[in-house]
Design a protein around this ligand. Sequence first.
Ligand code: XIL
Length: 367
Amino acid sequence: MKRIVLCAALMMALYSCSEPKKNSVQQEEGLAKKYEQNFKIGTIFAQPQIEGVDKLSIDIVKKHFNALTAENCMKGEVVQPEQGRFDFSLGDKVVDFARQNNMYMVGHVLVWHSQPPKWIFTDSQGNRVSRDTLIERMKNHITTVVKHFKGKVDAWDVVNEAFEDDGSYRKSPYFEIIGEDFINLAFKFAHEADPEVKLILNDYNVCKPQKCDAIIAKIKELRSSGLQVDYAGMQMHCTMDFPSKNEIETTLKKFEDNNIKLQITEFDLTSIPFPMGNTAEISARADYQEKYDPYKNCLDDDSRAKINSRFKEIFDSFLSHSQNIERVTVWGITDKGSWRLDWPIPGRTDFPTFFYSDGKMKEFLME
Ligand code: XIL
């Protein structure tokens, strides 16, 4: 009896799991082409693409995307693992792929409290280095990296996540050791290393009003002191209710009103419980629990529709402000490779990107 009930439950579960729609005409065309009048459509490259093992995702990139960011391999901890020893082997492969496929290449990232060159803040005794030493190390890192990729990277995320949600400066080691002008110095060094390359001040939760205001004020300050800042970068790691449509619209308009062009640098959408509050701080962690993994066995029709309509709500805002948006990059090629599956909780099923795990496109993009 028990087995019959179990089988019936399983059948029902399977029956209510919905299948994504088949390819449509738009899908044949490719997203980059479809939105070429609006903005570039970007995605990221990680190990499976660099090594050429994930053929499905590489084909999707070639067909649908015209901008590329390295997910991890151009970060400080990878390119300068020890002081003075630079490793560009992986970054070079990503940049080569972008060039071969005529893609806009984004350098990610020069100055960030997460995944920095591990040694950069301390001396050989483990004590924090002086202001002058950190400035010198930061200058050397930025200069060497930017010069290496000169002519091959179109825009750099120069400083990432420098602000708290309340608009104050994040108390990162860069801020604590150098002071708030670590941002000014970073932009100065990047521009000196490659006067042609575009420069981005990137952050998450840019739709938090005080954070948005702080970023706008900082960019104006940098510009009025003669420094080049080309774009504000909005990461846009979204949940089903944050940021709201209204918050997105208000934020996009604020940047327009202040003559600051935007790049949407890391768009994704989590549709499973997110018990950490609104953040994209990569050190946030929680343990796995079944209740936090509702789509483990199945995505039902109703949830699939809700996810697609939330995606559409956000993407429509980007489209209606596209005159001020250079690029929309989605942080992951297919759902299978998304960092969301392991952050902030490991091993879950989620649908954060433009393509389901089997390579089928999200329905909202087929309309
Ligand atoms: C994430 C990567 O996707 C993960 O693979 C890595 O383990 C941690 O970093 N903000 C950023 C990105 O600027 O670099 C982060 O990428 C996601 C949050």
